[in-house]
Design a protein around this ligand. Structure first.
Ligand code: AMP
Ligand code: ZN
Length: 117
């Protein structure tokens, strides 16, 4: 509980920290990244606090499909469906995850790097 109360993304879900929320339903919420790496840079998360992909149980795995569905809808809304985009989930320290609440990045609006790091 302590971890969740100090989680920045849980605070956005709870409306305690402002976010430019673009979509929400009972399971998923999406908002604009505060430090965008591309013209479109959105964050899609489960409302439930799951610390990372490595903590996702088999029973919860359909959430990833829900997040992809939302990402595809938002890509259309942002006008980058045709030009192309990238969905990224960083997991853990070496995977580059900074916020310990499972999230998917939707990046697009420019030609992205050919390398994945
Ligand atoms: P990651 O490195 O995969 O953990 O990415 C975390 C992302 O969350 C970064 O792109 C941050 O810019 C973004 N971020 C952190 N705090 C906020 C916030 N309050 N509102 C929106 N995006 C945020
Ligand atoms: Zn959280």
């Amino acid at each position: 509980m302590v971890g969740e109360m100090s989680c920045i993304f849980c605070q956005i879900v709870a409306g305690k920290v402002p976010g430019e929320i673009l979509y929400q339903d009972e399971k998923v919420i999406a908002f604009r990244d505060i430090n965008p790496q591309s013209p479109t840079h959105l964050i899609i998360i489960p409302k439930k606090h799951i610390p990372s992909l490595a903590h996702l149980s088999e029973a919860e795995s359909s959430l990833i499909g829900d997040m992809v569905t939302v990402a595809n809808q938002l890509a259309r809304r942002e006008g980058i469906s045709e030009s192309g985009y990238r969905l990224v989930i960083n997991c853990g320290k070496q995977g580059g995850q900074l916020v310990p609440h499972l999230h998917m990045h939707l990046l697009g609006g420019r030609k992205l790097s050919d390398t994945l790091g």
